[in-house]
Design a protein around this ligand. Structure first.
Ligand code: MG
Length: 244
């Protein structure tokens, strides 16, 4: 997909004549941090302790869902057990502990550079994540120094996790603009679906085992192989958007 084809397709999808991008809505795991490896390890550990079969890769496919919903689904399908909200919350706490025990996750290479380009263009940057990992959420302000607005949407703020459009719709509201004035940065198929159905121009980043094809199938407008590749392509993409 070329930049100009992606823009033409988005204009048609959004039913607008011109794009006027004012904000970037940015996912956390797999975009700001290279954290998905540790998340999937923590999930596998929790599942095996509870006798539930799983693979490490499947958790990349669930990425974006609220954690307690992943637990309810896996216990239902893998053990025939219906978890109460309290049980799911407690188990999610254990999963969070396993995640923290694996150590601090690194920043995703190239993302800060890409966000600086967006910031220079005057875009607001809003965090939109299903994550409830307080330890990671607390790091963002320091790691991504002054990039992000105070307003943010996390797993604590939404009723419906991704792939529901609610997280990105709330992100647009936090930015004070229409969804079609937002760029979404996402690495996960369910997150891409959330951004796309919210009506945002959704950029997919293949930072894990999910392929560009997986992200296009979920509704990505354009896919880059890494945040570094996005940082390089952004000036041309933003110029093409202005000329749209
Ligand atoms: Mg993600």
């Amino acid at each position: 997909m070329t930049e100009s084809n992606a823009i033409a397709a988005f204009l048609k999808y959004a039913g607008i004549k011109k794009m006027d991008i004012k904000a970037a809505l940015v996912d956390c795991d797999g975009v700001l941090y290279d954290s998905m490896k540790n998340h999937s390890r923590a999930w596998v550990k929790l599942m095996s302790k509870n006798g539930i079969k799983c693979t490490r890769d499947e958790f990349y496919a669930y990425e974006g869902m609220v954690g307690t919903e992943i637990l309810k689904m896996k216990f239902r399908t893998g053990a025939g057990k219906v978890l109460t909200d309290d049980e799911a919350r407690d188990l999610y706490g254990v999963k969070g502990r396993y995640f923290r025990e694996l150590g601090e996750v690194p920043m995703m290479p190239g993302t800060l550079e890409a966000l600086k380009v967006l910031k220079q263009e005057g875009l607001k940057c809003i965090l939109v994540t299903g994550s409830q990992q307080q330890s990671m959420l607390d790091r963002i302000a320091a790691d991504y120094d002054s990039i992000f607005d105070e307003a943010r949407v996390t797993g604590f703020d939404v009723r419906h996790g991704k792939p529901h459009p609610e997280p990105y719709l709330k992100g647009a509201i936090a930015a004070g603009v229409a969804p079609n004035q937002c760029i979404v940065l996402e690495n996960a198929p369910l997150g891409v679906q959330s951004g796309h159905t919210a009506g945002c121009f959704t950029i997919g980043l293949t930072t894990g085992p999910m392929s560009a094809k997986d992200l296009y199938k979920s509704g990505a407008d354009i896919v880059y192989e890494s945040p570094a590749a996005l940082a390089q392509a952004l000036p041309a993409l933003l110029q093409a958007i202005k000329e749209s």
